[in-house]
Design a protein around this ligand. Structure first.
Ligand code: PLP
Length: 453
C-alpha cells in the first residue's frame, strides 16, 4: 500500500528517476530495496527477488560477497581516499594497473581510471583527439559507432550511443557517425545470407570512411556483444571483416568491454570470444563486481606508446577526475578480479552457459518469441506478434514492460529492452536458481501473451 509516509511515496516525491518507465512507477510504485543475499535482493516489505540482471550487469559476485566487503573495509581503514594527480597515486592504483595489463590481451600498455563507463568512453575520445592533434592530424576527430550501441550518457558517450532517445537532448553532437547494427536476424535482408550481410556492413564502413575522409576519423568503438542495445552478438565474422578495413585506414578499434569484460561472455574479454584484438579496451561495471563506481581505459602497446609521446611533448596530459584511481575502488577491483577469475565464477559462466541456452531454446518455442540470442551469461528473448514475419507487437502494448512487471510480481527481476527481455544474472547463479528464473519467466510469458496475443 502507498501511504504518504511509505517508501514508495517518499521515493516518488523527491527523486528524479533515470531510465524508468514512469507510467509503471505511478501505477505500481517503486521497488525500494534494503539488502541482498547471493543473487537475490529484498525490498522494504521483505519480499525477495531473484535479480536475473545482477543489478545493472555488474553485481556478478552477488550482493553479499564477504571477500569483497572485507577488502573494502580493510582499505577504508588503511587509506580511505586519494587522487592520482601531480605525480602521486596510491599503492593500490599501482597494483591494479599492473593487474589489468596482466589480464588484458596486451603484453604492455597503460591504464587510466574514471568513475564510470561513460567517463571512460569520454576519456578515450579525448585521448584520441589529443593524440591525433599531437601527431599533426587535428582534423581526425569523428567517431564511428553503430546503431543500438550503448556507450553511456555523458554528452560525448551519449553521442556515441546509437539510440533515438538521445534526440530529446539535441544529441548526437556533430561528428558522431552511426553505422548499421550487426544484428542479422533483425537487419539482414529477406534473401541475404549472414555472410552477405557482413560483407554489406564491411562495405558500408569502407564507403563511410572514404566519404568522410580517413583523415577525419579518430576511432571506431564497438561492444563485442551489444548489451543495452538488446544483447546483440555480432553477426558471424563481423569483426574479422571490419578490422582489416580500420587497419587499412589507420583507425583505432576500441572495444567497449564495460559489460563483456571479466567473464560475462565466458572468457575474460568479449574480444577473445569473438577472436579479435582491439587497440584499447574500455572497462567498468563488473571491474569492481559493482562494489565501487569505477571505469578504466586500457591502452594497448601502440596507443600507449603514442599517447605517452604526445604527453611528454607538452609535459602533461591535462585530464583526470578527483577520484581517478581511488584506492578503495582499486583494492575492490583487485579483489573482484581475483574472485571472478580464481573463485570459480568465470568457470561457472562457462559451465552453465549451455544450460542457459537450452532453457531459452525451450522458451523460444513459444509462438510469440521470435528469437533468443546471447552468449555466456548475457541473453535476450525477443517478443514478436508474428513469428514468420518477425512483426513486433504494437509499441503501445508495452509487451516487454508487462512481462518484466509480471516477473517482478512473481519475485523475478528482469529487464525489458525494446521488445526484448534481458537476462544477465550474477556469475554465482546455481542450477537451482537458473531453474527458478526459467519457471518464473515461463509463467509470466504465458500470462502476458494470453492477454495480448
Ligand atoms: C553501462 C555501459 C556504459 C556506461 O557505463 P556507466 O558506468 O553507466 O557510465 C558504457 N558502455 C557500455 C557497453 C555499457 O554497458
Amino acid at each position: 500500500m502507498t501511504t504518504p509516509q511509505s517508501w514508495e511515496a517518499r521515493a516518488e516525491e523527491y527523486s528524479l528517476y533515470g531510465f524508468t518507465d514512469m507510467p509503471s512507477v505511478h501505477q505500481r510504485g517503486t521497488v525500494v530495496l534494503t539488502h541482498g543475499e547471493g543473487p537475490y535482493v529484498f525490498d522494504t516489505n521483505g519480499k525477495r527477488y531473484l535479480d536475473s540482471n545482477s543489478g545493472l550487469w555488474n553485481m556478478v559476485a552477488g550482493f553479499d560477497h564477504k571477500g569483497l566487503t572485507e577488502a573494502a573495509k580493510a582499505q577504508y581503514d588503511r587509506f580511505p581516499g586519494y587522487h592520482s594527480f601531480f605525480g602521486r597515486m596510491s599503492d593500490q592504483t599501482v597494483m591494479l594497473s599492473e593487474k589489468l595489463i596482466e589480464v588484458s590481451p596486451f603484453d604492455r600498455g597503460r591504464v587510466f581510471y574514471t568513475n564510470s563507463g561513460s567517463e571512460a568512453n569520454d576519456t578515450m575520445v579525448k585521448i584520441l583527439w589529443f593524440l591525433h592533434g599531437s601527431e599533426g592530424n587535428p582534423k581526425k576527430r569523428k567517431i564511428l559507432t553503430r546503431w543500438n550501441a550503448y556507450h553511456g550518457v555523458t554528452a560525448v558517450s551519449a553521442s556515441m550511443t546509437g539510440k533515438p532517445y538521445n534526440e530529446v537532448f539535441g544529441l548526437p553532437l556533430p561528428g558522431f557517425i552511426h553505422l548499421t547494427c550487426p544484428h542479422y536476424w533483425r537487419f539482414g535482408a529477406a534473401d541475404e545470407t549472414e555472410a552477405a550481410f557482413v560483407q554489406r556492413l564491411a562495405r558500408e564502413l569502407d564507403e563511410t570512411i572514404q566519404r568522410e575522409g580517413a583523415d577525419t576519423i579518430a576511432g571506431f568503438f564497438a561492444e563485442p556483444v551489444m548489451g543495452a542495445g538488446g544483447v546483440i552478438p555480432p553477426a558471424k565474422g563481423y569483426f574479422q571483416a571490419i578490422q582489416p578495413i580500420l587497419k587499412k585506414y589507420g583507425i583505432p578499434l576500441i572495444a567497449d568491454e564495460v559489460i563483456c569484460g571479466f567473464g560475462r561472455t565466458g572468457n575474460t574479454w568479449g574480444s577473445q570470444t569473438y577472436d579479435f584484438t582491439p587497440d584499447a579496451i574500455i572497462s567498468s561495471k563488473n571491474l569492481t563486481a559493482g562494489y565501487f563506481p569505477m571505469g578504466a581505459v586500457i591502452l594497448g602497446p601502440d596507443l600507449a606508446d603514442r599517447v605517452q609521446d604526445a604527453v611528454e611533448k607538452i609535459e602533461e596530459f591535462p585530464h583526470g577526475f578527483t577520484a581517478s584511481g581511488h584506492p578503495v575502488g582499486c583494492a575492490i577491483a583487485l579483489k573482484a578480479i581475483d574472485v571472478v577469475m580464481n573463485e570459480g565464477l568465470a568457470e561457472n559462466v562457462k559451465r552453465l552457459a549451455p544450460r542457459f541456452e537450452a532453457g531459452l531454446q525451450e522458451l523460444a518455442k513459444n509462438p510469440n518469441i521470435g528469437e533468443y540470442r546471447g552468449v555466456g551469461f548475457m541473453w535476450a528473448l525477443e517478443a514478436v506478434k508474428d513469428k514468420p514475419t518477425k512483426l513486433p507487437f504494437d509499441a503501445s502494448l508495452s509487451v516487454s514492460e508487462r512481462i518484466a512487471n509480471t516477473c517482478t510480481d512473481h519475485g523475478l527481476i528482469c529487464r525489458p529492452l525494446g521488445q526484448s527481455i534481458v537476462l544477465c544474472p550474477a556469475f554465482i547463479m546455481t542450477e537451482g536458481q537458473m531453474d527458478e528464473m526459467f519457471e518464473k519467466l515461463e509463467q509470466a510469458l504465458k500470462q502476458v501473451f494470453a492477454e495480448v496475443a
